[in-house]
Design a protein around this ligand. Structure first.
Ligand code: PLP
Length: 374
């Protein structure tokens, strides 16, 4: 039996959507970013929960993701944020997906496919205002938009851009990006292009209340209950949705100076009780937590000792009474009054909560529960 499981609380995700709506204001529409299997939380279950809770649209990267959502009867608009390749054009038109557009040749192919299928295909033009990743460089936006005006079959719904440092509230670059974006919005209006869907704010911008007056926001990580960076104001009302649990598989008492795990990097200082947990880096539990991380047993924190192995990790439970085989171990999430957050794990291994969620969420058996429906 596999003892490990990731539990995703859909009630927390619904709660977080309402918190996002409260922050963005009731007139603002929400594109829920559920790319990468909803940051490891399970795209279909999360998508269905959000859609039934009144979210306006979804943001994903891959055509495949959008097709899976449609197969699961999700009906709201889906924005393909990565754009599409030439061979994806006809499927995108057929399924009426919303395409992030920044290439003239793709625009022409989309137009052709839409005319052939006797339909119009919605597009959001992606503007690069300083992220340096995807999009029409902001200086070229007018020319690009002008080139689209003559193409039939395209429903130009609006434009969007992405912030590079919105998770650092004091960084001046976000305001610079917003300034560039507003210039483009102005030109877009002058060209007579629809500006129904104008969006920029990711979770960081949303918390910093930047770009939220554009009428649409595009958060990801806040839906899952984490701030985009630690210590950001306004993030406390969000609830983490993911818990990662296992069970103790062996307990043993060992004398002082006993080496633990590969490399003998840890030696017990005194007589100790060591519990073995069947979780390792194959389960997305980073080897960089060796001799660093903590887990929760009996509602208390206990330290990881020695290296994290592929499938096993040892913890020192000498501070606890009567730990036995089968006792619950929480590696991410709450137990009793204690909680280990994705931010804490991320800090210990030098990354961000996003990566922790993707690693743990995608490498384990997942179950969905709903704390709001009992
Ligand atoms: C991932 C992503 C988001 C969401 O970012 P968060 O920091 O998780 O809120 C928004 N827009 C684009 C284009 C993205 O790639």
């Amino acid at each position: 039996m596999i003892e490990n499981k990731v539990i995703v609380d859909l009630g927390a995700i619904r709660h977080n959507l309402f918190e996002i709506k409260r922050l963005a204001g009731s007139q603002s529409r929400v594109i829920a970013v559920i790319k990468s299997d909803a940051y490891g939380h399970g795209m279909i279950a999360v998508g269905q929960t959000l859609e039934s809770s009144g979210v306006d649209s979804f943001g994903v990267f891959e055509l495949e993701e959008a097709l899976d959502l449609r197969k699961a009867h999700c009906r709201i608009p889906i924005l393909l944020m990565k754009g599409i390749t030439a061979d994806e054009v006809s499927a995108a038109v057929e399924k009426r997906l919303t395409v992030a557009l920044f290439q003239q040749d793709i625009a022409e192919k989309l137009s052709g496919a839409a005319l052939k299928q006797g339909t119009v295909t919605p597009v959001h033009v992606k503007i690069d205002t300083g992220m340096g990743r995807l999009g029409v460089p902001w200086e070229d936006a007018s020319d690009f938009l002008q080139g689209l005006l003559s193409l039939n079959g395209l429903l130009l719904e609006g434009i969007f851009s992405h912030c590079a440092v919105a998770d650092e509230p004091d960084h001046p670059f976000t305001d610079e990006q917003i300034g560039r974006f507003l210039q483009v919005v102005k030109k877009t209006k002058q060209l007579g292009v629809c500006t129904d869907a104008v969006h920029l704010a990711n979770s960081g911008a949303l918390l910093a209340r930047k770009g939220i007056d554009l009428g649409m926001v595009r958060p990801g990580i806040l839906l899952y209950g984490s701030p985009p960076a630690e210590g950001l104001a306004g993030a406390d009302s969000f609830k983490p949705a993911m818990t990662f649990k296992s069970r103790v598989t062996q307990v043993k008492k060992v004398p002082a100076d006993t080496p633990i795990s590969y490399g003998c990097t840890y030696r017990t200082r005194s007589t100790s009780t060591i519990a073995t947990v069947p979780v390792g880096y194959d389960d997305g539990y980073s080897r960089m937590l060796s001799n660093k991380g903590e887990v929760l047993i009996h509602g208390r924190r206990v330290p990881i000792v020695g290296r994290v192995c592929m499938n096993l990790t040892m913890v020192d439970v000498s501070s606890l009474d009567g730990v036995s085989v089968g006792d619950e171990v929480v590696l991410l999430g709450a137990q009793g009054k204690e909680r280990i957050t994705a931010e804490e794990l991320a800090r210990r291994i030098g990354t961000i909560s996003y990566e922790v969620y993707c690693m743990i969420g995608k490498n384990n058996r997942r179950v969905h529960v709903d704390s709001q429906k009992r």
